[in-house]
Ligand binder design. Structure first.
Ligand SMILES: Nc1ncnc2c1ncn2[C@@H]1O[C@H](COP(=O)(O)OP(=O)(O)OP(=O)(O)O)[C@@H](O)[C@H]1O
Length: 732
């Protein structure tokens, strides 16, 4: 390997072999040692060191070397084959040393350069590597980024597509929702209208039905009377015929005379029968006219009574088919009736077979007739229930005996004995038909009664379907004080069934069975409440009460304003009760009585038992009790009867005068107690004598309040506490 690294020499001692030169021995450091210290140099062996005598040569050689002249390897070996101490002249040594120092410097600088070069190359390599790595990383991440971008794009596309689909779905759903809401509203409106119409129609039909029954009854009675008379006449005619026949047998000679004699009574009977026929026709025409004049539908081939019955049955059938609940109820009623009928029939047949007519005791006799009545009643109920279930009208027999009689009279066969006999037979048949018609009438009345019971039941079922407990919300308009204070309205009606209320925790939506806006009138409110009054008259227990914060308008809604220009639910109910009574007083006998109580500071007080009155003044305590039928009543409360709405209202006013009222910061006339008005309606069915009792409870509760807001102190605070306590009990 070629190298330009110099060989180092070191003098160990001075020598003076050459004149003029003070030689000093110089210890020569081995070249190898020096070379070993140099980077990239090849170590020289000891024996490669030059001989002292040849030091000049060596120096020369060295110089040559330094000049870049390359000596051959064997020559170098020859020159330094021995390790020895050499002495060189000081100048030469100095020169050498200087040279060496130079060389070392040069070497050092070279070395630095190499190091620099190496460093720079290392840096370059490192940079290159780094760049390469960075490039690789960059390209890796770029690829990744591209793929991610692609994925993102795909996702975005997918999301956008999905969003578009969802938007479409949302639009479709909201349209559907709107449509459904609209449908629901119109359906509600329609059903309300239908119910109202049905109610009106029903009461009309009922009235007509009972009027017609009355008419039929009257006509039947007079027809029966006339038939009775006709029978008597026929009897007379028969007697006369027998007499004439006897006379014919006895006196053949006086045949012509006898014939003459018999003609006269026959002609008389014929005349009488003509009269009868005429009167029967007249009655029939009258009945038909009457039924047709009262019939709301155009005349149909069926008899009007059948049409009426079919309409009633069809209505009842429609109500039954309206819901599963009513279907199940009807099925249950049929089943129950069947069981009862079977049981009664078994008992009846057992009783009938137990002994002959003679052996029966009086008690048994009455039991038997009672059972017969029950069986008949159950059979009629069975027929009515079956008709309601199927919607079919029971067959009503036509009175065709009259037609036959008419035929006989028309044929003129009455003039012969045979004809008279036939006539008499037909007359008996007609009597039987009349009897049947009478029975049919009784059945119809029974049907009517059971139908009425069903109507009551279905009416209440419909009311119940709307919810046994219905909650209405009424928004009160801002009053003058609130308007002066610029108070904000915090309740907003969203639609007929929901409101939005501002609460400390933000707006909240509440749902109700119906929402009345601030513009709703007392009449609007009563329209919804009045249907329950019919239920109370039908014998059900109904309660309407107002609940809310003090000053929210409970008394206004239940009682009305102070000026009595806008009466509330209570006075309107009094009128409605007596309106219904007036409409039905031909069929029922009514008794209306009322009690009025106040729950004040946890104590029930009778508002009719005022100073000098009965009840409390006499030390009676009013207590809430429940009777065996589950009806809640106020024991010890004074009950007063009323025969008109005015009388009932006067009683109410008398009671209100005794109520506890006081001014609070929130209401100048705040009710400090709960007012309970109980109206009992007892109705007796004049057709079958059955009695039913219903109760309408109208309650104006005291307002819930916060003592801080109302400014209640002392006893008013006590009042407020007991009001709040009782209201939370109600809430629970
Ligand atoms: N719908 C309404 N239209 C007009 N005025 C109303 C209405 N509701 C309430 N008011 C008026 O608001 C005031 C307070 O009403 P009201 O006395 O009925 O409240 P309240 O709830 O019965 O209070 P409290 O529980 O303290 O007895 C009254 O002057 C009443 O006339």
């Amino acid at each position: 390997m070629q190298t330009d690294i110099p060989v180092a020499w070191e003098a160990t001692s001075p020598t003076s072999e050459e004149p003029g030169v003070s030689p000093r021995p110089i210890h020569v450091k081995s070249t190898a040692a020096v070379l070993e210290e140099l980077p990239g140099s090849v170590p020289e062996r000891r024996e490669d060191r030059p001989h002292p005598k040849a030091h000049n040569t060596q120096v020369e050689h060295y110089r040559e070397n330094r000049k870049g002249v390359t000596k051959s390897e064997p020559a170098l070996h020859a020159a330094s084959s021995q390790d020895m101490k050499i002495y060189i002249p000081y100048e030469s040594a100095e020169m050498c040393v200087t040279q060496i120092a130079h060389d070392i410097e040069r070497l050092e600088s070279k070395h630095r350069e190499i190091v620099k070069e190496l460093e720079s190359s290392f840096k370059a390599t490192a940079r290159e590597n780094q760049e390469c790595v960075a490039h690789r990383i960059r390209s890796h991440y770029q690829n990744k980024l591209i793929s991610l971008k692609k994925m993102l794009q795909i996702y975005q596309e997918k999301v956008e597509k999905k969003n578009v689909d969802l938007d479409k779905q949302v639009v479709a759903l909201s349209a559907q929702n709107r449509q459904l809401l609209e449908e629901q509203r119109s359906e509600r409106r329609r059903s309300e209208e239908e119910a109202l119409q049905w109610q009106r129609e029903k009461s009309k039909i009922m009235e007509m039905f009972s009027n017609r029954l009355d008419m039929l009854h009257q006509h039947q009675a007079s027809t029966l009377q006339e038939l009775q008379m006709a029978r008597q006449e026929v009897g007379k005619v028969q007697e006369m015929l027998v007499q004439s026949a006897q006379a014919q047998e006895a006196k053949e000679a006086a045949e012509a005379e006898a014939c003459n004699e018999s003609k006269t009574p026959l002609e008389g009977a014929k005349l009488r029968l003509e009269e009868l026929k005429e009167s029967l026709y007249k009655r029939e025409r009258e009945i038909t006219e009457l039924l047709e004049s009262q019939s709301p539908v155009p005349p149909v081939p069926l008899p009007p009574c059948t049409v009426l019955l079919s309409r009633v049955i069809q209505k009842a059938n429609a109500v039954c088919r309206a819901s599963d609940e009513s279907k199940a109820l009807l099925a249950h009623m049929i089943e129950e009736n069947q069981i009862n009928l079977k049981q009664s029939q078994n008992k009846l047949s057992q009783l009938e077979t137990e002994g002959g007519d003679k052996d029966r005791s009086e008690e048994n006799e009455s039991q038997l007739s009672l059972l017969q009545e029950t069986v008949k009643e159950l059979e009629v109920s069975q027929l009515a229930l079956f008709c309601i279930k199927t919607g079919q009208v029971p067959a009503i027999r036509e009175c065709d005996a009259i037609t036959e009689l008419e035929d006989i009279l028309g044929q003129g066969t009455i003039q012969t004995l045979e004809g008279v006999k036939r006539f008499a037979e037909k007359f008996v048949v007609l009597q039987d038909e009349m009897k049947l018609a009478k029975e049919e009438k009784i059945k119809i009345i029974e049907n009517y009664t059971s139908e009425r019971t069903l109507r009551k039941k279905y009416y209440n079922m419909i009311e119940d379907m709307k919810g046994k407990i219905r909650v209405f919300c009424r928004i009160r308009p801002v009053n003058q004080t609130e308007a002066a204070q610029n108070s904000a309205v915090v309740v907003e009606k969203i639609d007929d069934f929901s409101v939005n209320a501002e609460t400390p925790r933000g707006p909240r939506e509440f749902q109700f069975d119906k929402v009345f806006s601030a513009e709703a009138t007392q009449e609007d409110l009563f329209q919804d409440a009045c249907r329950l009054i019919q239920s109370a008259i039908d014998g059900y227990n109904v309660c309407i009460f107002a609940y809310g914060q003090t000053g929210s308008g409970k008394t206004y809604t239940m009682v009305g304003d102070k000026e009595k220009k806008n009466p509330g639910i209570m006075p309107r109910s009094f009128n409605a009760i007596f309106d219904i009574i007036r409409e039905n007083n031909t069929k029922f006998e009514f008794k209306v009585s009322a009690y009025m109580l106040e729950l004040y500071n946890d104590r029930l007080q009778d508002l009719f038992a005022s100073a000098g009155g009965e009840g409390q003044a006499q030390g009676k305590r009013v207590e809430i009790k429940r009777n065996r039928k589950g009806v809640v009543f106020a024991q010890g409360a004074v009950t007063k009867e009323a025969s008109s709405a005015q009388q009932l209202y006067a009683l109410f006013q008398q009671a209100c005068a005794n109520r506890h009222i006081a001014a609070t910061k929130m209401n100048v006339e705040s009710s400090r107690s709960h007012l309970i008005v109980g109206i009992k309606v007892e109705s007796k069915n004049l057709t079958n004598g059955s009695v039913s009792t219903g109760k309408l409870s109208l309650v104006d509760l005291a307002g819930s309040e916060r003592a801080a807001k109302t400014g209640a102190k002392d006893h008013k605070l006590k009042e407020a506490n007991s009001i709040n306590k009782s209201l939370s009990a109600l809430g629970m």
